[in-house]
Design a protein. Structure first.
Length: 217
């Protein structure tokens, strides 16, 4: 799948209504190659560096296919690349077909899929949506994108291709991970199987274990 745009942004005040908070969700396309390191893209920043920019969340990707859905859903006609805070805007790689632990070569870098996006109130504020309800709305669509860790650093740019190198032996798609973590009815068998995936991040693993424990007690 082709990279349509590589996007970066620096933290700026984000209007939450009664207050502002620093956020780098506003991103713009990079002209030319950018270094993708284990800390993220050169020139990118994080409003919450303890949440974003960690090794398991070095870069975020989102499919341009979803743009049309959200433009209609939100009655917007002003979307541009990077609209959802993504570092990579892609022409494919839908959540049903991207699996945790899969490794991809993109440009000169090697990345590994780690987890679905966990949307928060900042996305709602950025898109000018209700901060109490939009997170659930966003999750319910499963049009959420995915995070990656960087295994080998290198230059990336628009036009590069995500080339699949190998996969985890226990496939868990991004869409499936969202279902198992958040949706009803709970699927204990699916959660137990997903926990066998050796590439699950600690927070996803903990979420599945907590949900399993709740079912069993």
């Amino acid at each position: 799948m082709t990279v349509l745009s590589v996007n970066v942004g620096k933290p700026k005040p984000l209007d939450l209504g009664k207050r502002t908070t620093p956020s780098a969700i506003g991103k713009n396309p990079v002209l030319g190659p950018a270094l993708l390191s284990k800390k993220g893209l050169a020139g990118d920043g994080f409003g919450s560096p303890t949440v974003h920019g960690t090794p398991d969340q070095a870069a975020y990707a989102y499919s341009f296919i979803h743009y049309d859905y959200w433009a209609k859903e939100l009655e917007r006609g002003d979307f541009s690349y990077g609209q959802f805070g993504e570092n990579f805007t892609l022409d494919g790689m839908l959540e049903e077909n991207v699996f945790i632990g899969d490794r991809y070569r993109v440009g000169a870098a090697l990345v590994q899929i780690t987890k679905p996006r966990g949307p928060c109130y900042k996305l709602a504020a950025w898109l000018k949506q209700d901060q109490k309800t939009f997170v659930a709305r966003f999750l319910a669509t499963r049009k959420i994108g995915f995070y990656m860790r960087v295994l080998e650093e290198g230059l990336v740019c628009a036009g590069d291709v995500f080339e699949k190198i190998d996969a985890d032996p226990v496939p868990v798609s991004i869409a499936e991970a969202i279902r198992l973590m958040h949706e009803a009815p709970a699927d204990p068998g699916g959660m137990e199987r997903a926990l066998e995936n050796r590439s699950l991040t600690g927070d996803v693993r903990d979420k599945l274990i907590r949900r399993l424990d709740k079912i069993r007690t």
